[in-house]
Ligand binder design. Structure first.
Ligand code: ADP
Ligand code: ADP
Length: 232
């Protein structure tokens, strides 16, 4: 089974002499219930690929499916509903709302959708990400690492089938990073969630089942069952 699929994904920015090809005819299958890491140099198209697969950005050419649904060409309303019901996204820049507390940020997507979180799961997310004593703080009162953990909690709180995380350990110390990676691993192994994670860190990638390597907007290599040494 495939959680997300892309065929002939091409994304260009700008036009004329200034055209940037961020994705160049990419075919990709994200296997359901697996943990996929995406690596590659800065500017190789990792974020663009994640945004296009998650329906946060449109492709210039090509087709994207999430689950069995083709999302290319879906209207805004249908796309919003699908993202809300199926997808969690951890943004590289966190995208937390500054006027809300950590707890309010975490539950906001569910509040908007009129859904109640599974209380036990929500507590597990909060404790695993060590946010218990920061729930009443606003983002400006939190360190970068704490904001990143709030962004992860928000993406995981509704237990979406498909989780995208753009460098989720980038601002974390090694202990917090390891805890988050183990938690993502658990979400995959115990809950059958599908996780796609961009990372620069071979040790983080080693927690995945498959590493996709991007360069110049193409998938140039893939490595199943990676070890940190092999990724290096
Ligand atoms: P990565 O995540 O691997 O660093 P990105 O997907 O962010 O790469 O970017 C891929 C390419 O697309 C880069 O050359 C980047 O400069 C360009 N790019 C990304 N977003 C935009 C944008 N909004 N406008 C113009 N160019 C962009
Ligand atoms: P983390 O490992 O979570 O990134 P840091 O090492 O950045 O935490 O920060 C250590 C402590 O300093 C945090 O527990 C936090 O309470 C406090 N702190 C860091 N940055 C800020 C900030 N901008 N505003 C308030 N407190 C902060």
């Amino acid at each position: 089974r495939v959680a997300a699929r892309g065929r002939g994904l091409t994304k260009t920015y700008g036009g004329g002499e200034a055209t940037v090809v961020a994705l160049d005819d990419v075919d990709v299958d994200i296997a359901e219930g697996r943990f996929t890491a995406v690596m590659g140099p800065s500017g190789s198209g990792k974020s663009t690929l994640m945004h296009c697969l998650a329906g946060l950005d449109t492709v210039t050419r090509g087709q994207v499916w999430v689950g069995g649904t083709e999302i290319t060409g879906l209207g805004d309303r249908a796309l919003t509903k699908l993202r809300r019901d199926e997808i969690g996204f951890v943004f590289q820049s966190f995208n937390l709302l500054p006027t809300l507390t950590a707890r309010e940020n975490i539950t906001l997507p569910m509040d908007i959708a009129g859904r109640r979180p599974d209380p036990q799961w929500l507590e597990t997310v909060i404790d695993t990400l060590r946010l218990r004593d920061r729930l009443g703080h606003r983002p400006s009162q939190l360190s970068g690492g704490q904001q990143q953990r709030v962004a992860c909690a928000r993406a995981l709180a509704s237990r979406p089938r498909l989780v995208f995380a753009d460098e989720p350990t980038g601002n974390l110390d090694s202990r917090s990073g390891l805890e988050l990676l183990r938690f993502l691993r658990r979400a995959v192994d115990e809950l059958g969630q599908t996780v796609v994670m961009v990372t620069h860190d071979p040790r983080a990638a080693a927690h995945s089942d498959l590493v996709l390597f991007l360069a110049d907007g193409r998938i140039v290599d893939e490595m199943p069952d990676p070890s940190a040494e092999a990724v290096l």
